[in-house]
Design a protein around this ligand. Structure first.
Ligand code: SAM
Ligand code: DTB
Ligand code: SF4
Length: 324
């Protein structure tokens, strides 16, 4: 089946509610047709600038609006970040993702250092991804010129539920940044979270906005809320892992060639639930002991699981493909 960019809310709601075995079968079929292998990309995260963020995202440990166990930390320097990237490469990662707890990118030393980090990560032959809030056109262009592979900027949930989760920016702000990233020629990493108290329709609406983008975002992270003490969403009921499987399968069917990334919340999943997500077409995971501020499965455990089920890490292309 050809890729489509005209999915409707009704169609997506139907997919999300398809009997599970049929849904997973369809997703697996689409995955085999379009991607032809079970290889899984290993992406490692690093928080370069932690905490003290002015945005009020209701799930986030790094928002200054909430009293959480995370304290604001000084910005990491270029050499330290690049040595972490080297370690990630040595451990088998092919993508290195760096986070800044900012509302938007500002000009100055920190941005110049961000560009140096991107150049350094690309020089190691790794894909480089940055997540640092909103940006303007010129910043997107400079990141592209530095060789940035992807910019992560999530929609998080559907547009109708967004203001229940975040009030300091709008869905429109989010979409504007995504357009700027795309226009600069950087690939998009854009997904969301389940478990925020949203309805099935909100999930469908988020997937609708993503899957009607042309081209689709190259990477679609699906996070399960990690309840952070002190945040408004701390006490949310845990998500049934089978709902996550449904979300992953539906994302795979809607966006056949995107990397569907099983992201936050994997630590609380059984091995079997993770394998079901892979059956449903997931082809990337975050790899390494830590996400940005919360823990993740150990690398040993992940490698053992992939080996056990005969899935290979997507081979890093160690070509130093970076602009001179
Ligand atoms: N400041 C940047 C921004 O707003 O895009 C990037 C950092 S933010 C931590 C990246 C994404 O991680 C969020 O958009 C959200 O989807 C996810 N995330 C953050 N905290 C989370 C949590 N407690 N549980 C699950 N996902 C979370
Ligand atoms: C994404 O969607 N998930 C990652 C990455 N993009 C930047 C971040 C998950 C953060 C989980 C909570 C934390 O570590 O604080
Ligand atoms: Fe800030 Fe990003 Fe956390 Fe929102 S998700 S509070 S923008 S770091």
């Amino acid at each position: 089946m050809a890729e489509r960019y005209d999915w409707t809310t009704v169609e997506i709601l139907e997919l999300l509610q398809t009997p599970l075995l049929d849904l997973v079968y369809e997703a697996q079929t689409v995955h085999r047709q379009h991607n032809g292998s079970h290889d899984v990309q290993l992406a490692t995260l690093l928080s370069v600038k932690t905490g003290g963020c002015v945005e009020d995202c209701g799930y986030c440990a790094q928002s200054a609006h909430h009293e959480t166990p995370v304290q604001a930390q000084p910005l990491m320097d270029v050499a330290t970040v690049l040595s972490e990237a080297e370690a990630a490469k040595a451990a088998g990662a092919s993508r290195f993702c760096m986070g800044w707890a900012w509302r938007e990118i500002r000009e100055g030393k920190a941005f110049d250092e961000m560009l140096a980090m991107v150049r350094g990560v690309r020089a190691l032959g790794l894909e480089a991804c940055v997540t640092a809030g909103m940006l303007n056109e010129s910043q997107a262009e400079r990141l592209a010129a530095a060789g940035l592979t992807a910019y992560n900027h999530n929609l998080d949930t559907g547009p109708e539920y967004y203001d229940q989760v975040i009030t300091t920016r709008s869905y429109g702000d989010r979409l504007q940044t995504l357009e700027r990233v795309r226009k600069a020629g950087i690939t998009l990493c854009c997904g969301g979270i389940i478990g925020l108290g949203e309805s099935l329709r909100d999930r469908a609406r988020m997937l609708e906005i993503l899957s009607t983008m042309n081209p689709h975002p190259e990477s679609v992270p699906i996070n399960v809320l990690v309840g952070i003490e002190g945040t408004p969403l701390h006490e949310q009921a845990p998500v049934d892992p089978l709902e996550l499987v449904r979300m992953c399968a539906t994302a795979r069917i809607l966006m056949p060639r995107s990397k569907v990334r099983l992201s936050a919340g994997r630590e609380s999943l059984s091995q079997e639930a993770q394998v079901l997500c892979l059956m449903a077409g997931v082809n990337s995971i975050f790899y390494g002991e830590k996400l940005l501020t919360v823990g993740n499965n150990s690398g040993d455990r992940d490698r053992a699981l992939l080996k056990e089920i005969g899935v290979k890490p997507l081979q890093p292309k160690f070509t130093a493909n970076f602009p001179t």
